[in-house]
Write a protein that binds this ligand. Structure first.
Ligand code: IF1
Length: 398
């Protein structure tokens, strides 16, 4: 048995089978590269589902982590710590909102946004008790808590996990008229991904988000954007909603906020929501806003800004898709994306096999729903490195 086979058979024995990973066991990483237990090096074109936009173990982020580990790691929110205020000042300055609320995982950020919207709905909009309704989209992915899977349309995520949380209405994605029609007197918010990642990097029509903003404003409901995957430079802007100059009422963020080293998530919103929604004791988390998280997230944002990662993602993403579209394979249906978030869709269910082929040739990417390969390298990748990857991808896919 190879080392790889040994590690995988152990995991098969002792881990719940809630994933079906590619057969590679990674033990080291640096920048855009990961190394497996056999010593083989791969280009990481998944970036932990866009959580390592800054590259693996970015030295400034690792330094912030080590420095903080030597001073203070956790206080809980029973006491103040000297990192949360300065970090939230940075985050609110970057995003242009009054306040932030920090959690740990993406799903918790979405839960926080749902709770904020509901409390705002009851306290400010006068919605009758337990009647608040949130509109969401077909094909959404917002996380895996029981409430979030309650409004998933993916049977794999949902089946067998009921009873489900009521209060959500599902409409088609990329359909402003459907949004307009779905809003009623008890609707408080529209929750949407600016690009649907899990659904296969579905990029909506130009102007969609802007239209949604106009409708939600006119009808007096909140626009909540889930930027957990699309945020922090991934799509070529700091947030994907910036592409259409849309200012959501609440932004959910996570993943790359923690620089690939620590789970950090949260929401930002203005006082009219934050003050209506939250009062001492009604929401929180043991680890949310802890000093390690804040020190790391602070450095993670600095890296994105200082290294102009959104601009890089925009330029390199255009180049990458232009080259992918040249691949001669009649089974390729579409290449789509924004910035360095790209989906390559096949006409048939072959994306997993192609992911395996790419892996054997040193390029790590993962399929979604069998028909689409998602390419999302760290945003620190150079054009030369991307060109090398394209050579492999073109050879294996043509
Ligand atoms: C898994 C996908 C990516 C997300 C958006 C919230 C969350 C996610 C837009 C929840 C998480 C992940 C989780 C991961 C697979 C992955 C994923 F394939 F499911 F769609 F990235 F593409 N909103 N996305 O994309 O964040 O609670 O996980 O921190 O296996 O669940 P989390």
């Amino acid at each position: 048995m190879t080392k790889t086979e040994q590690f995988i058979s152990e995991v098969d024995r002792v881990s719940a089978h809630n994933y079906h990973p590619l057969p590679i066991v990674i033990s080291k990483a640096d920048g855009i590269w990961v190394t497996d237990v056999e010593g083989k090096k791969y280009l990481d074109m998944l970036s932990a589902y866009s959580a390592v936009n800054q590259g693996h173990r970015h030295p400034k982020i690792i330094k912030a982590m080590i420095d903080q580990a030597e001073r203070l790691t956790l206080t809980s929110r029973a006491f103040h710590n000297d990192k949360m205020g300065p970090f939230l000042s940075k985050l609110t300055r970057l995003t242009g909102y009054d306040k932030g609320l920090l959690m740990n995982t993406g799903a918790e950020a979405v839960e926080t946004a749902i709770k904020a919207a509901r409390r705002w709905g009851y306290n400010e909009k006068g919605i009758p008790e337990n009647q608040a309704k949130i509109i969401v989209c077909d094909g959404n992915f917002h996380g895996r808590t029981t409430t979030i899977v309650s409004f998933s349309t993916d049977p794999t995520c949902r089946t067998g996990f009921g009873p489900f949380t009521p209060g959500f209405k599902i409409i088609p994605y990329d359909d402003p008229a459907a949004l307009e029609n779905a809003i009623d007197a008890n609707t408080i918010a529209f929750l949407v991904e600016p690009i649907q990642g899990e659904a296969g990097v579905k990029v909506p029509s130009e102007g969609y988000l802007k239209k949604c903003r106009e409708i939600t404003k006119e009808r007096g409901i909140l626009l909540i954007c889930d930027e957990i995957q699309t945020g922090f430079g991934r799509t070529g802007r700091m947030f994907c909603s910036d592409w259409e100059n849309v200012r959501p009422d609440i932004i959910c963020m996570g993943k790359a906020m923690g620089g690939g080293v620590y789970p950090v998530s949260g929401i930002v919103a203005d006082n009219f929501i934050m003050e209506a929604a939250f009062s001492p004791g009604n929401h929180g988390s043991t680890f949310g806003g802890n000093p390690m998280a804040c020190a790391i997230a602070s450095a993670s944002i600095d890296v994105i800004v200082d290294e102009h990662l959104p601009e890089r993602a925009m330029e390199l993403g255009e180049y990458f898709r232009k080259e992918l579209r040249k691949i001669d394979n009649p089974n390729i249906k579409e290449v789509r994306g924004k910035g360095l978030l790209t989906g390559l869709e096949f006409k048939t269910n072959c994306a997993h096999d192609y992911s395996l082929k790419l892996m054997k040739n040193g390029v790590l990417a993962k399929d979604t729903h069998g028909t689409t390969i998602r390419f999302a390298p760290p945003l620190v990748i150079t054009k030369k490195e991307l060109a090398d990857a394209l050579e492999t991808i073109t050879r294996e896919l043509a």
